[in-house]
Ligand binder design. Structure first.
Ligand SMILES: Nc1ncnc2c1ncn2[C@@H]1O[C@H](COP(=O)(O)OP(=O)(O)OP(=O)(O)O)[C@@H](O)[C@H]1O
Ligand SMILES: O=P(O)(O)OC[C@H]1O[C@H](OP(=O)(O)OP(=O)(O)O)[C@H](O)[C@@H]1O
Ligand SMILES: [Mg+2]
Length: 304
């Protein structure tokens, strides 16, 4: 299917997200926080956008890069691991680059790691020469092996990769790791990270040439606002003017504060957007350094 043939007839934006899995809920939540709402219930495969002409396609995550490549959808929310793997697959087959990562989204964090049996003494990548490596990500693995100048065999499995060494299918594995619990349960240990992954917004490599460009820009601006204030709080307090420098050292994650003088000029009232966790411990440290009347407020929306 040609991308242009399929996408030329649309004046609505279509975003593919995972139908059901780790990225489904956070992807929906991010889009909803960006002001999108849909008519259909969540078990449908297609959700018609109500607040904006932006529709959703609910699909298997592995299908998302291909749907963008074919012009069936315009954007997608997918793990970087899947996107980079399929980009590599296309490059290997001599196909042009048609999709790329537009934004990292700060959820679905995991690593693609090499893991070896617990009883191995790890000496480095050269130890993998001639070994069989079970993985769902053969392109990423082969690319890494090439960079290392190591020749090894990729054994491609679509699931239950961790059990392959025990079944004698492979010597080591290259799979996604987050807590490490699955590796530990299978007597494996991680020795190297090949890719740091998280959910990303994927889009076409070339900009849209029609109304979708404006829609995508609007959506990106809103998403950037949502991502920027995620985990952020507005901190308000008062402090003696001569304590402010010291106090700001305790707030390395704060944007430059807004300050105004009260009580003549000796006391300042400050407000600062802070991007890290505002724990009781931090508030107590600020109080000890001279801050008074500390208040932490949630931030709902931000438009830069
Ligand atoms: N253990 C993990 N912790 C955090 N994120 C993970 C973990 N495993 C996978 N992910 C991320 O979440 C994405 C989706 O994982 P999930 O297990 O839901 O996919 P799936 O089983 O392939 O689903 P689908 O049915 O859509 O094909 C992965 O591609 C990866 O980016
Ligand atoms: O480090 P951990 O926190 O243990 O997570 C790692 C596991 O998570 C993923 O599998 P998932 O649970 O999605 O199962 P699946 O591969 O069968 O879909 C991944 O493929 C690992 O098996
Ligand atoms: Mg999948």
């Amino acid at each position: 299917m040609s991308p242009t043939a399929n996408s030329a007839v649309r004046d609505r934006l279509r975003i593919a997200i995972q139908k059901s899995g780790r990225l489904s809920e956070p992807a929906r939540a991010l889009l909803a926080s960006s002001g999108l709402s849909w008519r259909e219930s969540r078990d449908k495969l297609f959700c018609y956008g109500e607040s904006l002409p932006v529709d959703l396609l609910l699909v298997r995550d592995d299908d998302i890069p291909g749907l963008i490549a074919d012009g069936v959808c315009d954007l997608g929310i997918v793990g970087r691991n899947v996107l980079v793997e399929q980009a590599g697959e296309r490059a290997e087959a001599g196909k042009p680059e048609v999709f790329r990562e537009w934004r990292s989204l700060g959820f679905g964090a995991c690593k693609l790691s090499l893991a070896v049996p617990d009883d191995w003494t790890w000496e480095g990548p050269s130890q993998l020469a001639g070994k069989r490596i079970a993985t769902t990500y053969p392109n990423l693995l082969r690319g890494w092996l090439r960079e290392q100048g190591v020749q090894a065999e990729a054994v491609v499995l679509n699931g239950s990769v961790e059990i392959a060494p025990r079944l004698g299918q492979a010597d080591v594995i290259c799979d996604l790791v987050s807590s490490g619990a699955t590796l530990a349960a299978n007597q494996l240990k991680p020795v190297l990270d090949i890719l740091q992954s998280e959910a990303v917004l994927a889009g076409p490599a070339q900009p849209f040439g029609d109304v979708r460009a404006e829609l995508a820009d609007l959506l990106l601006r809103r998403m950037d606002g949502v991502l920027r204030i995620r985990d952020s709080k507005l901190l308000m307090f008062q402090a003696p003017r001569d304590a402010v420098d010291q106090l700001m050292l305790l707030l390395p994650d704060a944007e430059p504060p807004t300050m105004c003088a009260i009580d003549g000029a000796d006391t300042l009232s400050l407000q600062a957007l802070c991007h890290g966790a505002m724990t009781w411990q931090r508030l107590e440290d600020l109080k000890r350094a001279g801050a008074r009347g500390l208040m932490v407020l949630p931030v709902e929306r931000m438009l830069a």
